[in-house]
Design a protein. Structure first.
Length: 242
């Protein structure tokens, strides 16, 4: 496809034709504003207005490029991590195939050990954000914020009885993998139990067709016997009712 061919309709609908074309050009290796202006047949000033707006939306960023001359280095524009996510990403497919291979070669137990190790690292990271907070409800809200930062669009809602909270994740950042490996969801519930220091039970998951991943947080409940905030999560103690 030529550099000035109209991009995929979905991207153009999302951003507008010109900005979608800018993204497609910089995806191929970056470009300066004058280069973009030439390829798009618009003025450099118009290109810079688009780039400024796209930078504010965290779709692109820039770095100075020295061409060996004596003048001021030009800014080369490239995709930001957020901008890269607008294009095809096969990493989920790769991860799914990797877990399938581990399970077929070494058994499901090997997958479980990997998930425990991964969740232990995640739990330590989340626990650091909650370290100075003791109130269970506030801890749940901070956990939801941390999950949202990781792409899970999480929030906490009060329940009718006042003794439980509901943790909802309206987006699953690993949905494709979790659909094929539902044990991931059980390990995640155990992770939440460890981080919050209270019983967390899984109710619904996006991987099984629900509109959101839903967990119930028992404000009065303690973690499963022998488990504290510093223990490694054990999915055998997590509710798998989803």
């Amino acid at each position: 496809m030529s550099m000035t061919t109209r991009p995929a309709q979905s991207l153009a609908d999302l951003l507008g034709d010109t900005r979608a074309r800018i993204l497609e050009i910089v995806q191929r290796g970056g470009a300066t504003a004058p280069e973009l202006a030439e390829r798009l047949a618009i003025s450099p000033a118009a290109v810079r207005r688009h780039l400024t707006a796209m930078e504010a939306d965290d779709l692109v960023d820039s770095a100075p490029v020295h061409d060996g001359g004596m003048g001021r280095p030009a800014d080369c524009w490239r995709l930001s991590p957020k901008g890269k996510r607008l294009f095809a990403d096969r990493s989920a497919e790769f991860a799914d195939q990797l877990l399938d291979h581990v399970a077929a070669t070494y058994g499901r137990g090997a997958v479980a050990e990997f998930l425990k190790t991964r969740n232990a690292a995640q739990a330590d990271r989340y626990a650091e954000a909650l370290a100075d907070v003791d109130d269970p409800a506030e801890r749940a809200k901070l956990l939801a914020e941390a999950l949202s930062d990781d792409g899970f669009a999480a929030r906490v809602e009060d329940s009718d009885n006042g003794r439980t909270l509901v943790l909802l994740q309206s987006h699953c950042a690993i949905e494709g993998i979790a659909t094929e490996h539902p044990e991931i969801c059980a390990h995640e519930a155990a992770l939440f139990t460890r981080v919050l220091g209270t019983k967390v039970s899984r109710r619904e998951t996006i991987a099984k067709g629900a509109h959101a991943c839903v967990c119930r947080i028992d404000l009065d409940g303690s973690p499963p016997a022998g488990q504290t905030r510093t223990d490694h999560p054990d999915p055998d103690n997590a509710d798998r009712s989803a």
